[in-house]
Design a protein around this ligand. Structure first.
Ligand SMILES: Cc1cc2nc3c(=O)[nH]c(=O)nc-3n(C[C@H](O)[C@H](O)[C@H](O)COP(=O)(O)OP(=O)(O)OC[C@H]3O[C@@H](n4cnc5c(N)ncnc54)[C@H](O)[C@@H]3O)c2cc1C
Ligand code: FES
Length: 261
């Protein structure tokens, strides 16, 4: 399906922390086509600064054509978007890229770090349509409690078991999300779906290899176009013989298809 462009009205704006907010927008056409792991390119519809859209995972799709993004302020683009108010419009292009693949053969481990937790809520909801909650484990890591407590409640509200760790120990176990993976039984066949900062992804892939678990990673790169036109989102292939492009071939890849440097 070609990507759609919509001027989407902001229906709800939630401030989860000083620098993380969640927007719910009315984007029925994009919402109807969206799959977990896909992303949208977003900018404020009013004004031209910044000119380029920014990529965001599709956080959730809700009844009534609603689409949610979870946004962490990093620089100029996210700063401008974070200040938008209910009733204003976002200029959204999507859905873009290849998302997660899932079936009923596996035990599902959803492993998210920080803002990388964003696409996993939508994924959990879709897996639950054909699978029992007991087939899903959610493992979440963040720097501190504030960053994730709302998201933990969202997963728990779906009836899912959620294990949490924070670097400062303010919620759950103190440590890194891979510390939550290591003691898990080597249940097989298992599929790990993960998104987060690159060092976390590399460590998660390492644990998966030790446990012989299949793993899909959602990668983030700087993206200028999101449409396979600028080639700025190239990532080295596992065989070191060329590149894949995160906006077109991903953002979700089988972990064994990309190089972990
Ligand atoms: C597929 C995909 C999905 C994403 N999903 C989300 C999401 O759900 N929620 C969310 O908050 N963010 C998400 N991001 C990251 C988000 O797109 C960036 O934080 C945003 O583009 C930064 O724009 P900016 O104008 O605020 O910062 P800029 O001014 O563009 O950049 C500020 C600084 O951050 C660096 N930077 C910018 N983007 C990235 C990046 N992707 N990786 C590493 N460094 C970067 C720049 O080099 C610069 O140093 C996603 C990115 C991708 C590629
Ligand atoms: S972001 Fe331009 S080619 Fe991927």
């Amino acid at each position: 399906m070609p990507a759609l462009q919509q001027k989407a009205e902001i229906i709800r704006s939630e401030k989860l922390t000083d620098d993380i907010c969640r927007f719910t927008v009315q984007a029925p056409d994009i919402a109807a086509d969206s799959r977990p792991g896909q992303f949208v390119m977003v900018r404020a519809a009013e004004g031209m600064d910044p000119l380029l859209r920014r990529p965001f995972s599709i956080h959730q799709v809700r009844d009534g054509g609603l689409l949610q993004i979870l946004l962490k302020v990093i620089g100029k683009g996210t700063q401008a978007l974070s200040k938008m108010q209910v009733g204003q419009h976002m200029d959204i292009l999507g859905p873009l890229g290849r998302g997660f693949t899932y079936n009923s053969k596996h035990h599902h481990y959803l492993v998210g770090g920080g803002i990388g937790i964003a696409p996993l809520l939508f994924l959990a909801k879709q897996i639950l349509k054909k699978n029992e909650p007991s087939t899903i484990n959610v493992l979440l890591g963040a720097r501190a409690k504030d960053e994730i407590c709302t998201l933990v409640d969202d997963f728990a509200g779906m009836g899912l078991e959620v294990k949490v760790c924070t670097e400062d120990g303010s919620l759950g176990k103190q440590g890194l999300v891979t510390d939550l993976m290591a003691p898990l039984p080597d249940e097989n066949p298992a599929m790990v779906y993960t998104c987060g900062p690159y060092p976390m992804l590399r460590a998660v892939v390492g644990v998966c290899r030790d446990k012989n678990w299949a793993c899909q990673v959602s990668l983030e790169t700087i993206m200028a176009c999101g449409l396979a036109a600028c080639l700025g989102c190239a990532v080295l292939r596992a065989d070191m013989n060329g590149y894949v492009h995160v906006c077109k071939d991903g953002p979700v890849f089988n972990a064994d298809d990309v190089a972990w440097l």
